[in-house]
Design a protein around this ligand. Structure first.
Ligand code: PEP
Length: 257
Protein backbone atom coordinates (compact mmCIF):
# COMPACT_ATOMS: atom_id res chain seq x y z
CA UNK A 1 0.00 0.00 0.00
CA UNK A 2 1.54 3.34 -1.05
CA UNK A 3 1.33 5.88 1.73
CA UNK A 4 1.95 9.50 0.74
CA UNK A 5 4.94 10.76 2.73
CA UNK A 6 4.34 13.58 5.18
CA UNK A 7 7.15 16.02 5.92
CA UNK A 8 6.32 18.34 8.81
CA UNK A 9 8.60 21.15 9.98
CA UNK A 10 8.24 21.82 13.70
CA UNK A 11 9.65 25.29 14.24
CA UNK A 12 9.25 25.10 18.03
CA UNK A 13 9.56 28.55 19.67
CA UNK A 14 11.36 30.16 16.73
CA UNK A 15 10.32 32.86 14.25
CA UNK A 16 7.99 35.78 14.80
CA UNK A 17 5.20 36.20 12.24
CA UNK A 18 7.35 38.28 9.87
CA UNK A 19 10.23 35.80 9.94
CA UNK A 20 7.69 33.02 9.49
CA UNK A 21 6.32 34.57 6.30
CA UNK A 22 9.84 34.93 4.97
CA UNK A 23 10.71 31.32 5.74
CA UNK A 24 7.65 29.98 3.93
CA UNK A 25 8.35 32.21 0.94
CA UNK A 26 11.93 30.92 0.82
CA UNK A 27 10.75 27.34 1.20
CA UNK A 28 8.27 27.41 -1.69
CA UNK A 29 10.92 29.00 -3.90
CA UNK A 30 12.80 25.67 -3.70
CA UNK A 31 9.80 23.41 -4.36
CA UNK A 32 8.00 22.45 -7.55
CA UNK A 33 4.79 20.70 -8.60
CA UNK A 34 6.35 17.23 -8.49
CA UNK A 35 7.45 17.74 -4.90
CA UNK A 36 3.94 18.70 -3.82
CA UNK A 37 2.45 15.80 -5.69
CA UNK A 38 4.76 13.20 -4.19
CA UNK A 39 4.93 14.56 -0.66
CA UNK A 40 2.60 16.32 1.71
CA UNK A 41 4.46 19.30 3.15
CA UNK A 42 3.40 20.95 6.39
CA UNK A 43 4.88 23.78 8.45
CA UNK A 44 4.23 23.92 12.18
CA UNK A 45 4.98 27.46 13.37
CA UNK A 46 4.32 29.03 16.77
CA UNK A 47 0.72 30.13 17.40
CA UNK A 48 1.52 33.79 16.76
CA UNK A 49 2.46 33.08 13.15
CA UNK A 50 -0.47 30.85 12.22
CA UNK A 51 -2.75 33.60 10.96
CA UNK A 52 -0.01 35.23 8.86
CA UNK A 53 0.94 31.95 7.23
CA UNK A 54 -2.66 30.97 6.66
CA UNK A 55 -3.16 34.27 4.83
CA UNK A 56 -0.02 33.72 2.76
CA UNK A 57 -1.08 30.18 1.84
CA UNK A 58 -4.50 31.46 0.78
CA UNK A 59 -3.27 34.50 -1.12
CA UNK A 60 -0.54 32.67 -3.04
CA UNK A 61 -2.51 29.37 -3.28
CA UNK A 62 0.42 27.47 -1.80
CA UNK A 63 0.27 23.70 -1.57
CA UNK A 64 1.59 23.78 1.99
CA UNK A 65 -0.34 22.52 4.99
CA UNK A 66 -0.52 24.28 8.33
CA UNK A 67 0.10 22.61 11.66
CA UNK A 68 0.01 23.74 15.30
CA UNK A 69 2.44 22.63 18.00
CA UNK A 70 -0.11 22.10 20.73
CA UNK A 71 -3.71 22.80 21.69
CA UNK A 72 -6.08 22.71 24.61
CA UNK A 73 -8.39 19.73 25.07
CA UNK A 74 -11.14 22.18 26.01
CA UNK A 75 -13.16 24.10 23.42
CA UNK A 76 -13.52 27.33 25.42
CA UNK A 77 -13.58 28.67 28.94
CA UNK A 78 -11.47 30.03 31.77
CA UNK A 79 -8.16 28.45 30.71
CA UNK A 80 -5.69 31.32 30.70
CA UNK A 81 -2.93 30.90 28.18
CA UNK A 82 -4.50 27.99 26.34
CA UNK A 83 -5.44 27.85 22.65
CA UNK A 84 -8.64 26.07 21.68
CA UNK A 85 -8.88 23.47 18.92
CA UNK A 86 -11.92 25.41 17.68
CA UNK A 87 -9.69 28.44 17.10
CA UNK A 88 -7.08 26.34 15.32
CA UNK A 89 -9.65 24.72 13.04
CA UNK A 90 -10.91 28.19 12.13
CA UNK A 91 -7.39 29.09 10.98
CA UNK A 92 -7.39 26.14 8.58
CA UNK A 93 -4.90 24.25 10.71
CA UNK A 94 -4.94 20.66 9.53
CA UNK A 95 -2.43 18.98 11.90
CA UNK A 96 -1.73 19.39 15.60
CA UNK A 97 1.27 17.90 17.41
CA UNK A 98 0.13 15.99 20.48
CA UNK A 99 2.54 14.81 23.14
CA UNK A 100 5.80 16.10 21.69
CA UNK A 101 8.55 14.97 24.07
CA UNK A 102 9.28 18.60 24.99
CA UNK A 103 5.65 18.97 26.10
CA UNK A 104 5.85 15.70 28.01
CA UNK A 105 9.20 16.46 29.69
CA UNK A 106 9.21 20.23 30.22
CA UNK A 107 5.49 20.85 30.64
CA UNK A 108 4.67 17.59 32.41
CA UNK A 109 2.03 16.38 29.95
CA UNK A 110 1.06 12.84 30.80
CA UNK A 111 -0.51 10.23 28.55
CA UNK A 112 -4.03 11.02 29.76
CA UNK A 113 -3.63 14.70 28.82
CA UNK A 114 -2.14 13.77 25.47
CA UNK A 115 -5.08 11.46 24.83
CA UNK A 116 -7.60 14.23 25.58
CA UNK A 117 -5.78 16.45 23.09
CA UNK A 118 -5.75 13.73 20.40
CA UNK A 119 -9.50 13.32 20.78
CA UNK A 120 -10.15 17.07 20.80
CA UNK A 121 -8.13 17.52 17.61
CA UNK A 122 -10.08 14.75 15.87
CA UNK A 123 -13.38 16.10 17.16
CA UNK A 124 -12.67 19.38 15.37
CA UNK A 125 -11.80 17.82 12.03
CA UNK A 126 -8.01 18.15 12.32
CA UNK A 127 -5.37 15.43 12.39
CA UNK A 128 -3.26 14.71 15.44
CA UNK A 129 0.42 13.89 15.04
CA UNK A 130 0.86 11.73 18.13
CA UNK A 131 4.51 11.84 19.20
CA UNK A 132 5.94 8.82 20.99
CA UNK A 133 9.46 7.77 21.86
CA UNK A 134 11.74 6.42 24.52
CA UNK A 135 14.55 8.13 26.43
CA UNK A 136 18.16 7.03 26.32
CA UNK A 137 17.87 5.27 29.69
CA UNK A 138 14.72 3.44 28.63
CA UNK A 139 16.42 2.24 25.44
CA UNK A 140 19.51 1.13 27.36
CA UNK A 141 17.27 -0.81 29.75
CA UNK A 142 15.64 -2.63 26.81
CA UNK A 143 12.38 -0.83 27.52
CA UNK A 144 11.84 1.05 24.24
CA UNK A 145 8.99 -1.09 22.92
CA UNK A 146 7.18 -1.23 26.24
CA UNK A 147 7.34 2.58 26.62
CA UNK A 148 6.30 3.34 23.06
CA UNK A 149 3.58 0.67 23.19
CA UNK A 150 2.13 2.23 26.32
CA UNK A 151 2.27 5.78 24.91
CA UNK A 152 0.40 4.55 21.85
CA UNK A 153 -2.20 2.60 23.79
CA UNK A 154 -2.92 5.48 26.15
CA UNK A 155 -2.64 8.21 23.50
CA UNK A 156 -5.17 6.52 21.23
CA UNK A 157 -7.57 5.41 23.95
CA UNK A 158 -11.16 5.95 22.85
CA UNK A 159 -10.21 6.83 19.27
CA UNK A 160 -12.80 5.38 16.95
CA UNK A 161 -11.43 2.92 14.36
CA UNK A 162 -13.33 4.84 11.67
CA UNK A 163 -11.22 7.95 12.40
CA UNK A 164 -7.93 6.15 12.97
CA UNK A 165 -6.51 6.75 9.49
CA UNK A 166 -6.57 10.48 10.24
CA UNK A 167 -4.01 9.96 12.99
CA UNK A 168 -0.31 10.27 12.23
CA UNK A 169 2.19 8.77 14.65
CA UNK A 170 5.65 10.30 14.93
CA UNK A 171 8.20 7.93 16.42
CA UNK A 172 10.77 10.26 17.96
CA UNK A 173 13.38 8.71 20.24
CA UNK A 174 13.97 11.43 22.82
CA UNK A 175 17.75 10.94 22.68
CA UNK A 176 17.71 11.86 18.97
CA UNK A 177 15.75 15.11 19.22
CA UNK A 178 17.89 18.18 18.75
CA UNK A 179 21.04 16.23 19.62
CA UNK A 180 22.45 15.55 16.16
CA UNK A 181 22.24 11.81 16.97
CA UNK A 182 19.94 9.97 14.58
CA UNK A 183 18.65 6.44 15.00
CA UNK A 184 20.13 4.21 12.31
CA UNK A 185 17.66 3.80 9.44
CA UNK A 186 17.28 0.16 10.36
CA UNK A 187 16.62 0.86 14.09
CA UNK A 188 14.18 3.65 13.18
CA UNK A 189 12.39 1.30 10.79
CA UNK A 190 12.21 -1.46 13.39
CA UNK A 191 10.50 0.89 15.84
CA UNK A 192 8.18 2.35 13.17
CA UNK A 193 7.31 -1.24 12.23
CA UNK A 194 6.64 -1.99 15.88
CA UNK A 195 4.32 1.06 15.99
CA UNK A 196 2.47 -0.21 12.92
CA UNK A 197 2.13 -3.64 14.51
CA UNK A 198 0.59 -2.06 17.61
CA UNK A 199 -1.77 -0.04 15.41
CA UNK A 200 -2.75 -3.24 13.59
CA UNK A 201 -3.60 -4.89 16.90
CA UNK A 202 -5.68 -1.89 17.89
CA UNK A 203 -7.38 -0.97 14.59
CA UNK A 204 -6.86 -3.96 12.29
CA UNK A 205 -4.31 -4.60 9.59
CA UNK A 206 -6.01 -2.70 6.78
CA UNK A 207 -6.20 0.50 8.80
CA UNK A 208 -2.64 0.12 10.08
CA UNK A 209 -1.39 -0.18 6.51
CA UNK A 210 -2.98 3.17 5.68
CA UNK A 211 -1.76 5.04 8.75
CA UNK A 212 1.35 7.12 8.39
CA UNK A 213 4.23 6.67 10.81
CA UNK A 214 6.90 9.36 10.75
CA UNK A 215 10.39 9.23 12.14
CA UNK A 216 11.73 12.28 13.98
CA UNK A 217 15.11 13.01 15.54
CA UNK A 218 17.87 15.03 13.87
CA UNK A 219 16.59 14.42 10.34
CA UNK A 220 18.71 16.35 7.84
CA UNK A 221 19.25 16.47 4.08
CA UNK A 222 22.18 14.07 4.56
CA UNK A 223 20.23 11.26 6.24
CA UNK A 224 16.66 11.66 4.99
CA UNK A 225 16.97 9.60 1.79
CA UNK A 226 18.17 6.48 3.60
CA UNK A 227 15.50 6.87 6.28
CA UNK A 228 12.81 7.26 3.62
CA UNK A 229 13.95 4.09 1.85
CA UNK A 230 12.76 2.10 4.88
CA UNK A 231 9.50 0.20 4.51
CA UNK A 232 7.72 1.56 7.58
CA UNK A 233 8.86 5.21 7.58
CA UNK A 234 6.31 7.46 5.90
CA UNK A 235 7.85 10.85 6.46
CA UNK A 236 9.64 12.92 9.03
CA UNK A 237 8.91 15.32 11.83
CA UNK A 238 11.76 17.78 11.50
CA UNK A 239 12.87 20.31 14.11
CA UNK A 240 16.18 22.13 13.65
CA UNK A 241 16.57 21.53 9.93
CA UNK A 242 13.10 22.94 9.21
CA UNK A 243 14.29 26.40 10.28
CA UNK A 244 16.45 26.60 7.16
CA UNK A 245 14.45 26.81 3.95
CA UNK A 246 17.08 25.10 1.80
CA UNK A 247 17.52 22.22 4.27
CA UNK A 248 13.82 21.63 4.75
CA UNK A 249 13.23 21.86 1.00
CA UNK A 250 15.97 19.27 0.43
CA UNK A 251 14.27 17.02 2.99
CA UNK A 252 10.93 17.45 1.19
CA UNK A 253 12.71 16.62 -2.08
CA UNK A 254 14.24 13.45 -0.63
CA UNK A 255 13.19 11.48 -3.70
CA UNK A 256 15.76 13.39 -5.72
CA UNK A 257 18.66 12.73 -3.36
C1 PEP B 1 11.36 17.60 16.79
O1 PEP B 1 11.31 18.71 17.29
O2 PEP B 1 10.34 16.90 16.76
C2 PEP B 1 12.64 17.12 16.27
C3 PEP B 1 12.70 15.92 15.76
O3 PEP B 1 13.72 17.98 16.35
P1 PEP B 1 15.14 17.79 15.61
O4 PEP B 1 14.85 17.50 14.15
O5 PEP B 1 15.84 19.11 15.80
O6 PEP B 1 15.84 16.66 16.26
Amino acid sequence: MARRPLMAGNWKMHNDHLEAIQLVQQLVYHLDAEDYERTEIVVVPPFTALRSIQTLIDADRLDIGLGAQNCSYEDAGAYTGEVSPVMLAKLAVSYVLCGHSERRQIFCEDDATVNRKVRAVLAHGMRPILCVGETDEQREAGDAERVVGEQLRAGLDGVDAARATEVVVAYEPVWAIGTGKTATPSDANTMCGFVRGQLAERFGDETAQQLRVQYGGSVKPGNVAELMRQSDIDGALVGGASLHADDFAAICRFHRL
